[in-house]
Design a protein around this ligand. Structure first.
Ligand SMILES: *Cc1c(COP(=O)(O)O)cnc(C)c1O
Length: 391
């Protein structure tokens, strides 16, 4: 057998388990711009409920123009990492704007949210420390914990009592870091941020809150769930991405000045990668400006969430991310196909993105959807999903 024969064998196994992924190549025709509402594939237009472009800003003309202008003024690429030639005045301006948005002293922009999660966890914890994660934390946080060399403990999803037990039991660790999403990417449910802060602070542990899906969508003015806290606490480290509601690409950590300087000196995924391109930075800055000056965008997202919740109470809608859990991967794929035949673009999410036998359709709503779009989605759900079989 060829040396790489094992790869073909592995792919065959994935395929037979309905776990092989392939990418959809979107059409090059006009109408390709991600407006947060439609999608063009296989020569057909769909209503798209799969994108994290929650406010439609990836396709907003002002955001695209800002990207183009930033590229014209600052170049297509940065030429080196942030610490070498990769920090333009634009990068600093975005970091200052993010810090102001998040109500922190400073912020650090990474090449992606994945880089930010990987870098911050492995910079804050190491040998002799313990990282305690919610079971459904995003992969970049789990990977960060793995490369950190710290001991890893996991508590059942949202189980605050178990978290408290673990903090208690791990009292001898040098440092303790609690890690969780604020809005969970595949379940659409929300961590009890106030409780988490109270418990982490009581045990002298740090708390990393990944607000990837909440930044620009939840909390006062879309500042994320941490912005709902009454008091500030230096142990709270906020993470977000520029790639979802902000419609661009990149990730960030917001916190104290010292934390940010420390990350610039120690987060390997910050130091050893080329700085994000000016176009992405310029786009994110403009998106942030729009979010702050046009609160009606977030209001529209909220009312779409409410609309789906009232049309489909059986879904127990908690946020703009709505899972329809169906179990076997094959069933999720069947449903994906049936939805698409009806003009609704949704994606089957299968292991390892979700636990075994918890395959699902993941529906994401955006501010760009119309009332008719939500109505169309609801009637396809009612046609294809037997009542009481999801959740
Ligand atoms: C998407 C996501 C990330 C990664 O962000 P990117 O900018 O896409 O790399 C990190 N954490 C969570 C919870 C996410 O959903």
């Amino acid at each position: 057998m060829a040396t790489l024969g094992w790869i073909g064998q592995t792919l065959g196994e994935l395929s037979s388990q309905d776990l092989l992924r392939t990418e959809t190549v979107l059409g090059a025709e006009s109408g390709l711009i991600p407006d947060g509402r439609t999608l063009l594939a296989d020569g057909r237009q769909y209503i798209c409920f799969s994108s994290n472009n929650y406010l439609g800003l990836a396709g907003d003309e002002r955001v695209r123009r800002a990207a183009a202008e930033a590229a014209m003024r600052f170049g297509a690429g940065t030429g080196a990492s942030r610490l070498i030639t990769g920090t333009t005045a634009l990068h600093r301006r975005l970091e200052e704007a993010l810090a102001e948005f998040k109500g922190t002293e400073d912020a650090v922009v990474f090449a992606s949210g994945y880089h930010a999660g990987l870098g911050v966890v492995s910079a804050l914890a190491g040998e002799g420390d313990v990282v305690i994660l919610d079971k459904l934390s995003h992969a970049c946080l789990i990977d960060g914990a793995r490369v950190s060399g710290a001991r890893i403990r996991v508590y059942p999803h949202l189980d605050i009592e178990r978290l408290q037990e673990l903090l208690c039991r791990e009292g001898s660790a040098r440092r303790r870091l609690v890690v969780t999403d604020s809005l969970f990417s595949m379940d659409g449910d929300i961590a009890p941020v106030k409780e988490l802060v109270r418990i982490a602070a009581r045990y002298g542990a740090m708390l990393l809150l990944d607000e990837a899906h909440a930044t620009g969508t939840l909390g006062p003015q879309g500042r994320g769930l941490a912005a709902e806290l009454k008091e500030s606490w230096d142990g709270l480290i906020q993470m977000g991405t520029l790639s979802k509601a902000l419609g661009s690409a990149g990730g960030f950590i917001a916190g104290t000045k010292e934390l940010c300087l420390y990350l610039r000196n120690s987060a390997r995924s910050y130091i050893f990668t080329t700085a994000p391109p000016p176009a992405a930075i310029g786009a994110a800055l403009e998106a942030l400006r729009i979010i702050r000056s046009e609160p009606e965008l977030i209001e529209r997202l909220r009312s779409n969430v409410e609309r789906l919740a009232s049309l489909c109470p059986e879904l127990h809608v908690k946020s703009h991310i709505v899972p329809i859990v169906v179990g076997p991967a094959a069933r999720a794929l069947e449903l994906q196909k049936a939805f698409r035949e009806r003009g609704i673009w949704v994606n089957a999410v299968r292991p390892p993105a979700v636990p075994h036998n918890k395959s699902r359709l993941r529906i994401s709503l955006t501010a760009a959807h119309t009332a008719e779009d939500i109505g169309a989605l609801a009637s396809v759900i009612r046609e294809l999903i037997p009542l009481g079989s999801s959740g």
